[in-house]
Ligand binder design. Structure first.
Ligand SMILES: Cc1cc2nc3c(=O)[nH]c(=O)nc-3n(C[C@H](O)[C@H](O)[C@H](O)COP(=O)(O)OP(=O)(O)OC[C@H]3O[C@@H](n4cnc5c(N)ncnc54)[C@H](O)[C@@H]3O)c2cc1C
Length: 433
């Protein structure tokens, strides 16, 4: 028995709880503190920054964040994961309530926090699509690879291929090259025509960013209409087989970062009863209010759109949390961010060939070792889960759920039903009330 587990029946209460310390959470925090709100700020990471600012914030944001972190009205709960939640009941004084599990030092501790208002700034995660060899050591999500390198994973001298779709491949290539890796190839599944149309539709600011990134990546081969057919190796990755339309090519490498875009993180919103849109993101109104009174959402969890969208939505959510009214029209800055999000989605749409890469032997559920062939005997997610344990491992279906939705047409995440704990938790987190 782990004696380091401690529970406390004390519940910490604030005016607002922000879950997520990425750009959306940061943009919301500052005006809330300025307006005198008591804020509890939760993130499973041990510091603020989210996915994009993992290695440090831009200077202007860092200065403001440093001030905020010293603010007497702020309590940070970093290194804490929200694993369970109950929406507030009726009546004045009712509070939304969250259970956190902290992972500090050698033990873990359970905490309860509550507030009349919540802001879900939960971010997104990588979409995975299986292909033969995708579970070999050395094959990683492009964002995951980038995150490891930002946190100091030694990659100098390794031969890296980045493949999949979208701008995250370029950002990851930039990070791993700066860390001393040799980037052999960026394989983009979108066609050359799609890429040209994407570039032509960028506004001046985004075009400038793209040119600056292209300059930093000069010398790295970038191939459109190219994707990884399979990864091969004995005990770890040794090479990738590339499909370039009419031709096939094998390329020896040490690491493969694969990125098929992002998916919004919505599990906590679902547990609280918030409605999702048909595309799986949290449904919000013009003021970032969800379908549950007092619960707001901002950033990638309301639809994938990049850092500018997250910053704009975080600031808008703060305005609504303070005013407690809903604007009647979409703010112009959010309109621009949503336009860019649509532009991204349209030009980096995944080609149908990518959905046919996995064969019967390809693993779909990496936690429980379930292959595509094992799943084809079942008609839906629940049946497969009960019979095979697909989705019942450590990731709780975050990876294989969207895969079965895409490859087998099983009902989307929102139809599967969700129960606490959202992530594996210690019994101590539920032992007291
Ligand atoms: C792996 C990865 C790498 C990326 N790299 C880049 C990049 O280099 N450049 C770029 O432009 N964009 C990148 N992106 C896109 C990125 O999502 C956005 O640009 C930006 O970070 C979004 O900000 P956000 O605040 O909406 O979400 P995020 O930055 O993702 O922040 C969300 C935060 O919520 C926390 N959280 C979520 N659920 C819980 C919970 N239950 N309990 C506690 N905390 C929780 C997470 O720990 C996270 O810190 C990346 C995305 C991913 C998934």
């Amino acid at each position: 028995m782990n004696t380091a587990v401690q529970t406390s029946s004390a519940r910490q209460v604030a005016d607002v709880i922000i879950i997520g310390a990425g750009p959306a959470g940061i943009a919301a925090l500052l005006p809330l503190l300025d307006a005198g709100r008591r804020v509890i700020w939760v993130d499973q990471s041990t510091r603020a920054g989210g996915q994009i600012w993992r290695a440090g914030l831009p200077k202007n944001w860092q200065r403001q964040l440093d001030d905020a972190l010293r603010h007497p009205l702020l309590q940070t709960r970093f290194g804490c994961t929200v694993i369970a939640a109950e929406p507030r009941g009726q009546g004045p004084g009712a509070l939304h309530s969250l259970r956190l599990q902290t992972h500090a030092g050698t033990g873990s501790q359970a905490l309860r926090v509550a507030a009349p208002q919540l802001l879900l700034a939960l971010g997104g995660r990588e979409r995975h699509l299986p292909f033969p060899g995708w579970t070999l050591p050395g094959v990683m999500g492009a964002g995951g690879l980038q995150a490891l390198v930002k946190q100091g994973w030694p990659i100098a001298g390794q031969r890296v291929v980045l493949a999949g779709s979208g701008p995250l491949l370029l950002a990851a290539a930039d990070t791993v090259r700066q860390a001393g890796a040799q980037v052999l190839l960026i394989a983009e599944q979108a066609s050359r025509g799609q890429l040209l149309r994407f570039a032509a539709g960028l506004n001046a600011g985004k075009a400038k960013q793209a040119v600056s990134l292209a300059w930093r990546l000069r010398g790295i081969p970038y191939r459109a209409g190219t994707w990884v057919q399979a990864a091969t190796g004995q005990d770890r990755l040794q090479s990738v087989q590339l499909n370039q339309g009419q031709s096939r090519k094998e390329l020896a490498c040490d690491a493969l970062g694969i990125g098929f875009g992002l998916l919004p993180n919505t599990e906590l919103a679902q547990l609280l009863g918030c409605q999702l849109r048909p595309d799986g993101a949290i449904a919000v109104d013009e003021g970032m209010g969800s379908s549950i009174p007092g619960i707001y959402a901002a950033g990638e969890c309301t639809g994938i759109g990049g850092v500018d969208k997250s910053l704009v939505e975080g600031a808008l959510a703060a305005q609504s949390l303070l005013a407690q009214t809903t604007p009647t029209a979409t703010a112009p800055a959010r309109q621009r961010a949503l336009r860019f999000a649509r532009h991204l989605a349209e030009h980096f749409a995944l080609r149908p060939e990518l959905l046919r890469l996995a064969d019967a032997q390809t693993l779909v559920c990496r936690c429980e070792d379930i292959r595509l062939g094992d799943l084809k005997a079942y008609s839906d997610w629940r049946d497969a889960k009960l019979q095979t344990r697909c989705g019942m491992g450590a990731c709780q279906g975050r990876i294989c759920g969207p895969i079965t939705e895409t490859l087998l047409g099983w009902p989307a995440q929102q139809a599967r039903g969700l129960r606490a704990p959202l992530q594996p938790g210690r019994l101590g987190a539920f032992a007291e009330d």
